[in-house]
Design a protein around this ligand. Structure first.
Ligand SMILES: N[C@@H](CCC(=O)N[C@@H](CS)C(=O)NCC(=O)O)C(=O)O
Length: 96
């Protein structure tokens, strides 16, 4: 969640942050499950897109709104960021 809100702010995107999950609940609501059938946050609705899974959201926001600074043309440059991002979730976070 934090990483998504961090990028939203870095990109200066107009947004509405709807709290859900934990004490806020709502993840079992049919309307929420229609957005993310896994019943988890974060989820982003942006124009026609509904994106769930935090790293998919980060990639989407970077590609859609970030320009070349956040979504470089060069696949090797993108892969460098992708590697660190996925490593943080699969290795670093697990060790934490
Ligand atoms: N791998 C998923 C994890 C999603 C996830 O487990 N989200 C947690 C919050 S961090 C959640 O929705 N928990 C249920 C709840 O808060 O009630 C992602 O990165 O988006």
């Amino acid at each position: 969640m934090q990483k998504v809100m961090w990028l939203v702010r870095e990109l200066g995107l107009d947004h509405q942050h709807v709290q859900a999950g934990g004490d806020f609940g709502g993840l079992d609501d049919p309307a929420f499950l229609n957005l993310n059938p896994h019943g988890r946050v974060p989820v982003v609705e942006d124009a026609e897109a509904v994106v769930w899974e935090s790293h998919a959201i980060l990639r989407y926001l970077a590609a859609r709104h970030g320009g070349a600074d956040w979504w470089p043309e060069n696949p090797a440059a993108r892969a460098e960021a992708d590697g660190w991002m996925d490593w943080s979730q699969t290795a670093l976070q697990r060790t934490f």
